[in-house]
Write a protein that binds this ligand. Structure first.
Ligand code: CP
Ligand code: NVA
Length: 312
């Protein structure tokens, strides 16, 4: 399977089959086991990766940088304060140049189009480390974390509560529809995921057995294996802060909302960073049902697995 992934970019899970995603999940678990065995590998020796950041990052930057570096590769961090990208030089030309110097490129920023152009013109694997539209490497770590608690994810129930239009909700919808989960977005109508993506995922659901639901009613949380939330205001939307507070306050993930699953073993997930007291109460994210810290660690193992599968 990994032979067929060599040279591939990861821009959105829409471009991957269920088999390819399942392979990457299994491989991520192997990479995690290797990491805890203490064995040292040098599988990226002689390779380089450009890490382009238009937006801030803790987990994604550190996961790419440490996963690549500890395997003998050379990561180069480039913020938009450092390079010409999009300012003095077009994205196409930047892609052409970086493709001559690096084995791979990671991009975090605003437009999905930028990561698509980088992939089209660089000739090397490009990884989407978050755009306004998608956050695919996050979604792989999320499903891995769900599987660590409940086994194979097919048929499991994951409920996203919060801003249903954001990059994290959209990527979860795609990966869940590919893998055949029951995925519910609980959000006020004003923040429903866009119709085009819902229709695209709806058309894929029959093949995988996935069930996608969008509702404003928290009664839909009954029986959920996992409740997931994200910040109410994503990077780049800071001017919407007050509106989001007004719309999303009834959807804070707190004790009483967790109790709506009716299960003691439901888990809580969050991509982080979290604003405790807004989208989640401190007792939930720091409490026994939270898997948010495992999820953060799994970013590194999944990102390493993606790079190994597509670069070697
Ligand atoms: N979850 C996530 O992408 O975190 P960072 O913004 O810190 O990279
Ligand atoms: N939706 C959030 C995710 C951060 C990892 C954002 O885009 O800011």
């Amino acid at each position: 399977m990994s032979a067929t992934l060599k040279g591939r970019s990861l821009l959105t899970w829409l471009d991957y089959t269920a088999e390819e995603i399942s392979f990457l999940l299994d491989f991520s678990k192997q990479v995690k086991a290797e990491s805890s065995s203490g064995k040292v590998f040098q599988r990226f020796t002689g390779k380089t990766i450009a890490l382009l950041f238009e937006k801030r990052s803790t987990r994604t930057r550190c996961a790419f940088e440490t996963a690549f570096g500890e395997e003998g590769g050379h990561p180069v961090f480039l913020s938009t304060a450092d390079i010409q990208l999009g300012a003095k030089e077009s994205v196409e030309d930047t892609a052409r140049v970086l493709g001559r110097m690096f084995s791979a490129i990671q991009f975090r920023g605003f437009k999905q189009e930028t990561v698509e152009i980088l992939a089209k013109y660089s000739g090397v694997p490009v990884y989407n480390g978050l755009t306004d539209h998608f956050h695919p490497t996050q979604a792989l770590a999320d499903i891995m974390t769900l599987e660590e608690s409940f086994g194979p994810s097919k048929g499991k129930s994951l409920c996203f509560v919060g801003d249903g239009r954001n990059n994290v909700a959209r990527s979860l919808m795609v990966i869940c529809v590919k893998l055949g989960l029951r995925f519910t977005v609980v959000t006020p109508p004003e923040l429903s995921p866009d119709t085009a993506l819902c229709e695209q995922c709806g058309a894929l659901a029959a093949a995988s057995g996935a069930v996608i639901t969008v509702t404003a009613d928290t009664a839909a949380l009954a029986g959920a294996d996992a409740i997931y939330t994200d910040v109410w205001t994503s990077m780049g939307e800071e001017d919407r802060k007050e509106e989001r507070r007004r719309l999303l306050s009834p959807y804070q993930v707190n004790r009483s909302l967790m109790d709506k699953t009716g299960r003691k073993d439901s888990i809580f997930l969050h991509c982080l960073p979290a604003v405790k007291g807004e989208e989640v109460s401190a007792d939930v994210i720091d409490g026994p049902q939270s898997r948010a810290w495992d999820q953060a660690e799994n970013r590194k193992h999944t990102i390493k697995a993606i790079m190994l599968a597509t670069l070697l």
